[in-house]
Design a protein around this ligand. Structure first.
Ligand code: GLU
Length: 289
């Protein structure tokens, strides 16, 4: 009887030990994961000698993959390179810029997972997003507009406010939410990226594609049968973003941006990418003048 009791006690004790060990391992791995996620972005960047920027790869003028070079090109790519060089100067560390393509829907998660260090991806500063990421100061002024076929009778977002019309947007964009406010009766279809949204517009799945004017101008240059109508009906100031509570990194980025604006680099890049876009007044896009 005594033997059985002892054995039973032994088994229970072993089980408790195993449970404690398992919980210990789980707790330790969670702590490591949390530390990785919440580690200081500036310290991480300096340690690896590289800033990995999440950039657009499907957005002409901002970040568009060049299939020949295998590298993205656009205003934001150039600005990210200049920012990286300036932050390197400020910190006295060697830093190179590295690019990872993101979409509007994936970008915040990639930042949270530390797959990227920062975002420079046509991202509008909004109060909701500011709760989960740290934004820099504004580096670009856009606003939502509409792209329609040139022979369309649609002149503005108001004309779209009818259940017979469909507005095409991209998943994860401010346009996906704002369109419902400005044209509550219209149908809204959200596509994965701008290439598919443009394709949907061309194949007649909707009568208008809506997003920021500057992005639409990029699409219009490649699709001459389409043009922007109705001007802009929202304000969409772009900010670079870092993970939440990354003050040292955000401070460095703001300082770098201010320097690039003061020394003329920023202005040169705006002119390089936007000066010759038909219909676009590039002065409206500039910040800090
Ligand atoms: N700027 C808008 C946004 O942040 C639309 C463009 C985009 O998503 O990249 O949602």
């Amino acid at each position: 009887m005594e033997k059985i009791r002892k054995r039973r006690f032994g088994i229970i004790a072993s089980l408790i030990l195993v449970l404690v060990l398992v919980l210990g391992v789980l707790w330790a791995s969670q702590t490591v994961k949390n530390n990785q996620t919440h580690q200081d972005t500036l310290a991480r960047v300096e340690k690896k000698g590289q800033i990995t920027w999440g950039v657009k790869a499907d957005t002409k003028l901002f970040g568009l993959m060049n299939t020949k070079t295998g590298q993205p090109a656009g205003f934001e790519i150039d600005l990210a390179k200049a920012m990286t060089a300036q932050i390197a100067k400020q910190t006295g560390k060697k830093l190179t810029a590295n690019f990872v393509p993101v979409t509007s829907a994936s970008r915040i998660q990639l930042l949270k997972n530390t797959n990227i260090d920062g975002l420079i991806s046509t991202m509008t500063i909004t109060p909701e997003r500011a709760k989960i990421v740290d934004f820099t100061n504004v580096y670009f002024n856009a606003g939502q507009s509409l792209l329609v076929q040139k022979d369309s009778n649609i002149q503005s977002i108001k004309d779209m406010n009818d259940p017979k019309y469909t507005v095409l947007v991209v998943v994860g964009t401010t346009a996906a939410q704002e369109t419902k406010k400005y044209a509550p009766k219209a149908k809204v279809i959200a596509l994965q990226d701008y290439a598919s949204a443009m394709q949907a517009l061309k194949s007649g799945q909707g009568q208008a594609l809506s997003t920021d004017n500057a992005i639409l101008y990029g699409l219009a240059t490649e699709n001459p049968d389409y043009h922007l109508v109705g001007g802009v009906f929202t304000k969409a100031p772009y900010g670079m973003a870092f993970d939440h509570n990354q003050k040292p990194m955000t401070k460095q980025a703001n300082q770098a941006l201010a320097t690039l604006q003061a020394d003329g680099t920023y202005n040169r890049l705006i002119e390089k990418w936007f000066k010759n876009v038909p219909g676009l007044d590039w002065h409206d896009l500039e910040v800090g003048k």
